[in-house]
Design a protein. Sequence first.
Length: 551
Amino acid sequence: MFPGCFNPHSVEQRRQRPRWPRSWQDLGPYHPAPMPQITSVQLKVGLEIHVELATRSKMFAAAPSAAHPDHYDAQPNSLIDPVVLALPGALPVVNRAAVEMAMMVGLALGCSIAPVTRWDRKSYFYPDLPKNYQISQYRLPLCFDGAVDIPGIGEGGRPDPSLPTRRIGIIRAHLEEDAGKLLHEAPGGRAIDHSVVDYNRAGTPLLEIVTQPDFTTAEEVVAFAQQLRSTCRFLGVTEGIMQRGHMRFEPNINCVLTLDDGRRVVTPIVEVKNLNSFKSLRGAIEFEFREQPRRWLEDGREHAPGAKSTRGWDDVKGVTFPQREKEEAHDYRYFPDPDLLPLSIPDAWRDRVAAALPELPAARQRRYVESFALSAKEAAALVEERDVCLFFESAYEHAKRLGVTDTRAARQAANFVLQNGMKRANERGVLVSELGISAEQVAGIIALREEGKVSSTAADELFGLLCDPAHAGADPAKIAQDRGMIIVRDEGAIEAWMDEAIAANAGAAADVRAGKLQAVGRIVGAVMKLSGGAADAAAVRKRILEKLGQG
């Protein structure tokens, strides 16, 4: 026998050998270790955003781009050419406009612009990817190392520019081409028993923005997404129509669990794919925030290389569902595209693009709150659409030229845009800036109101009249004069109308004298009728209350 080996013929070794229990009962009662309890959960979210750029042609081809408004209604597979279809001998050419649009967004996000950027092939097979690879950027992205501030979250989960900001890091923003899409029903909604590949979207310029995992609430993610959409639309790089897939959000979500034994556990990252509404984005994050701690209690899986998975979102059920394990970078077999040279970005080109950047919506929103004393909600509504925002600012500037004080000009311009204008714009399905009334005319109405020449009711009526193309370029003061909207300042006439109205409404007058101030409305109405609407209702009300001993 070899030294140290067990010899079954040795009595002494058999005595010393440990004896296994004859049954589980010999082990005594079983006391499993108690499962640790979760004492707190911290959410961590990073965001990937795909923005379709509204260039006229595609990223590497001369074919029309599906993201441009001129081509929204194109028939399936009509926006294609040999480059899009990857036919033999077809070579890609970089779209300069797409590069400049991407640079604008990168600069708006505080990114550095690479002096040299390179194109890579990202290899994977999918029916709507004609090449079986996607031209993208991997090692040398166009934009990198940025940061953007978002407003603090106030009551009701809404951004509030008056609160301290939160800084969100931007890892990169790189250019690539979009894939096509599969249609599971025929145009017009007719049912089919197969799928149809539509290559119209294939090759559309796509800017992918990747943030650091700096978000700690779903509200912060939505606030950033809304701010980014507003910024991109303001820059004119995308129409940002979510239903058309112009912006698609993919949150990467996991949780840090603190246990009652002092340990901290990080759950595996879940990437929820292709969310095209803020409601879905919020819903998916909130669902994963609830579910990931429960999953960990069931399977004990923790964050580790290869543990990342992707899930879809069911908007009807309000749940995520598994799709596949997430590929790592090496699975895509990235390598430099041999058909495209590296692209140099000289300082002069970068500086020219930077000089063209306007004041961004977030900065305007803060300025409106701080300088004009507008509410956060009003400021957010004004910057939501670029053309409406510029219309507001033009009306404000024209009103100042007419002698209206700075703050009053801004306050009144905001009121006319958000109240008188939005009411009519919603009825007609257009923007306020498309109603037909000019910013100069709005300023003219503001001046009439500030001078006390028209009532609020007359001002609204005047606004509506000036939306009519028949009054294009007309002077608001002349229209108001011709229509009898100018408030009468004849003190004698006003006094006579008030006396007549009080005499005709003796019961209401007695109620007012007795302290029932709401009864004054009947008397004011009678005065306005006698004056043909030419009296100032607010001034009349005040003077009647004084006459009846309630001033």
